[in-house]
Structures are given as structure tokens and as C-alpha cells.
Design a protein around this ligand. Structure first.
Ligand code: NAD
Ligand code: AKB
Length: 313
């Protein structure tokens, strides 16, 4: 990777990934793009351009002018927002992906596309969830993620595009807030613990899915794009995980630092149904074997770090 374009750069992942890419490859080499103006830090620290990722011409021109050889395509609508307006989710997620794939094909760019644990559905084995298994997602978000994985495989097989992807679990971070997913509770809980000493969760206390801390998610994306292509069997997309959390379990971890922290529950049936349809523990042995995936943060280390940052924000 020498010259990089990032779509959806102002979101939860992009606001971490762009600074890390700029640190490694040089600030001027990483063009951040988004539909909206992101925080000043991202714009001041390197090139930024307003680009609608669903517009292939706009993405193509931005990539051409920047001389991009690699694209990180992050623009998307997430699971909970996607269920509120499924047609918009389909349009944004699929049109923008097709644009990124076509630009990658025409301009010979490598392409990173994040998938999600949302690409699995109720009929998938839940614990453990194998790398290769039944995939019948029930949300529009999940349908776009699975279709996206297949489209990326197609562009690799038929057009030789170097597509690579990760099925991210829920990601916990401070800074830019999450964009409307089912796993957002695991970020919000830290802010409410620090500010109010209590949190009302929209999922049941025993709802378990996979998670990771943002520094691990960013490292994973960069490590996969730097991996030796000859070692990659799966490409689109790799299971990765760092920890399994429930609201009860994370609340207990937070209570070690915030004595008396209280959690209560007001279950949202839509997001509960989504969480219930997702894996409880994914098997990430293919990522470990094919490109050396290994997380740094477990629940205890993440909780200590998150609370330190949220307290000083
Ligand atoms: P986010 O919602 O925080 O950010 C998405 C960004 O895309 C926003 O800045 C938004 O302005 C931008 N965007 C939306 N429509 C656009 C368009 N038409 N053109 C240009 N930009 C547009 O999402 P995120 O959490 O940063 O997720 C990035 C990617 O990672 C998505 O594909 C998401 O599905 C995937 N992912 C995220 C998580 C997670 O927990 N954050 C987990 C699994 C997968
Ligand atoms: C969401 O909840 O939609 C995302 C995801 C796991 O894909 N955080």
C-alpha cells in the first residue's frame, strides 16, 4: 500500500483507521473521503474530500487524482438503522460497493471491504460459528454484507481484483460514536457509567455476541491488506474475534472500576431479534492461520483503557 483512499472515513472505524494509516504510510498518502464533513482532526491532518461513495464517477475521479493503489471502503448503513429503512440500506451498501469494486478493477487498486457477524443468521451454528458455514442473514444489513462478500469473491475470481475482507464483530471505541448498530450498547455503557453510574440497555442481560477493541480492529484491517496474497485462502471475508460479551458480563467488568454501577434493561424487540440471530462465538482460526491474526485486548484490558479515555474526554 502506497497511496490509499478511504470511503466513509468520518465514521467509527474510519476516524481510527485514517490516523493509523497516515502514521504508517505518510499523511499526504491517505485521502479521507465521506459524505459529511468529519471532525477537524481528520481534515487538518491530511487530504480530505467530500465524496458520495454511491457515485462511481466521484469515487473514480477521487481515486484517479490521488493516484490510489488501495481503497478501504467503509461507507455503509449499519444493522439497526438499516432495519428502519431497508431500501436505503440496500441502495447505499450495494451501490457504493459496486462503485468501489469497479474503481478497483479499472484503476488496479487493492480493496478492503469490511463484512460483519451480521452476515450470519439464525440457522448458522452459533457456538462456535465456523469460517465456512450456513449463511442466511435475516436483516437487510446482513443481506448486503453477505452479497458483498460474494461480489468481492466474484471480482477477485473473474477480474483479478485483490479484494480482502473481515467479518468484524461489534467494535468498542471512544471518539466518533457508533453509527446505529445492534452492538452500540457496548460503547454507550462506558459513557453512561462514567457520567451517571447507571445504564439502561436495549438488549437482555444474557445476549452474547463477539466483540473487539478498536485498536485491534484497525491492526487487523492493515495486517490483512499487508498479508502475503499466496497465503490467503478465504479473502472475503475472515471471521475475527477478541472476546465474547453480554451486557451482564461487561457491567460486571465496569463495576470493578465504577463501584455501584447499575444496569437495567428496556429491551428493544427489533435489536434483540437481530442480536439473537447472530453468532455467540465465532471461530477465527482461518484468520490466525492465513495472516497471523491475534488480538491484544481482552475484556479486562479494554475496560481499563476505555474508562481511562472516557473519563478524560
Ligand atoms: P459508521 O456508521 O460509524 O460510519 C460510516 C460512515 O460512512 C459515516 O461517516 C457516514 O457519513 C459515511 N457514509 C454513509 N453513506 C455514505 C455515502 N453514500 N458516501 C460516503 N460516505 C457515506 O460505520 P463504521 O462503524 O465506521 O463501519 C464501517 C464499516 O465497517 C461498515 O461497512 C460496517 O458495516 C463495518 N462494520 C462495522 C462494525 C462496528 O462495530 N463498527 C462491525 C462490523 C462491520
Ligand atoms: C452493527 O451492530 O450493526 C455493527 C456490526 C456488528 O456489524 N456493529
Amino acid at each position: 500500500m502506497k497511496r490509499i483512499l478511504v470511503t466513509g472515513a468520518g465514521g467509527q472505524i474510519g476516524s481510527w483507521l485514517v490516523p493509523e494509516l497516515r502514521e504508517i504510510y505518510g499523511a499526504s498518502k491517505v485521502l479521507a473521503t465521506d459524505l459529511r464533513h468529519p471532525k477537524a482532526e481528520l481534515v487538518d491532518a491530511g487530504p480530505f474530500q467530500l465524496v458520495d461513495a454511491t457515485n462511481p464517477k466521484a469515487v473514480g475521479q477521487a481515486a484517479m487524482r490521488h493516484g490510489a493503489d488501495t481503497i478501504f471502503h467503509l461507507a455503509a448503513i449499519l444493522s439497526a438503522v438499516g432495519e428502519r429503512d431497508p431500501r436505503v440500506a440496500w441502495h447505499v451498501n450495494m451501490t457504493s460497493l459496486e462503485a468501489a469494486l469497479e474503481v478497483a478493477r479499472e484503476q488496479k487498486c487493492a480493496l478492503f471491504v469490511p463484512s460483519s457477524i451480521g452476515a450470519f443468521g439464525s440457522s448458522t451454528p452459533k457456538d462456535p460459528t465456523p469460517q465456512d458455514t450456513v449463511m442466511r442473514p435475516e436483516t437487510m444489513y446482513g443481506i448486503t454484507k453477505l452479497a458483498g462478500e460474494l461480489l468481492c469473491d466474484y471480482y477477485h475470481a473473474h477480474f483479478g481484483v485483490d479484494t480482502r475482507g473481515i467479518r468484524f464483530p461489534g467494535i468498542v471505541s471512544y471518539g466518533a460514536p457508533p453509527g446505529g448498530g445492534t452492538t452500540d450498547w457496548a460503547v454507550d455503557i462506558f459513557h453512561k457509567a462514567v457520567r451517571h453510574g447507571r445504564y439502561t440497555c436495549f438488549l437482555r442481560g444474557d445476549s452474547q455476541v463477539d466483540f473487539m477493541y478498536m485498536p485491534d480492529a484497525v491492526s487487523a484491517a492493515i495486517q490483512l491488506m499487508e498479508a502475503d496474497a499466496a497465503r490467503l485462502v478465504h479473502r472475503n471475508a475472515f471471521n475475527v474475534t477478541a472476546m465474547q460479551l453480554t451486557p451482564e458480563k461487561l457491567a460486571a467488568e465496569i463495576r470493578k472500576h465504577v463501584p455501584g454501577f447499575a444496569i437495567s434493561y428496556e429491551v428493544d424487540p427489533v435489536r434483540q431479534a437481530i442480536a439473537d440471530s447472530w453468532p455467540r462465538r465465532i471461530d477465527d482460526s482461518a484468520a490466525r492461520a492465513e495472516w497471523g491474526w491475534k488480538p491484544v485486548y481482552d475484556a479486562a484490558a479494554m475496560t481499563t483503557d476505555m474508562l481511562g479515555h472516557v473519563r478524560t474526554a
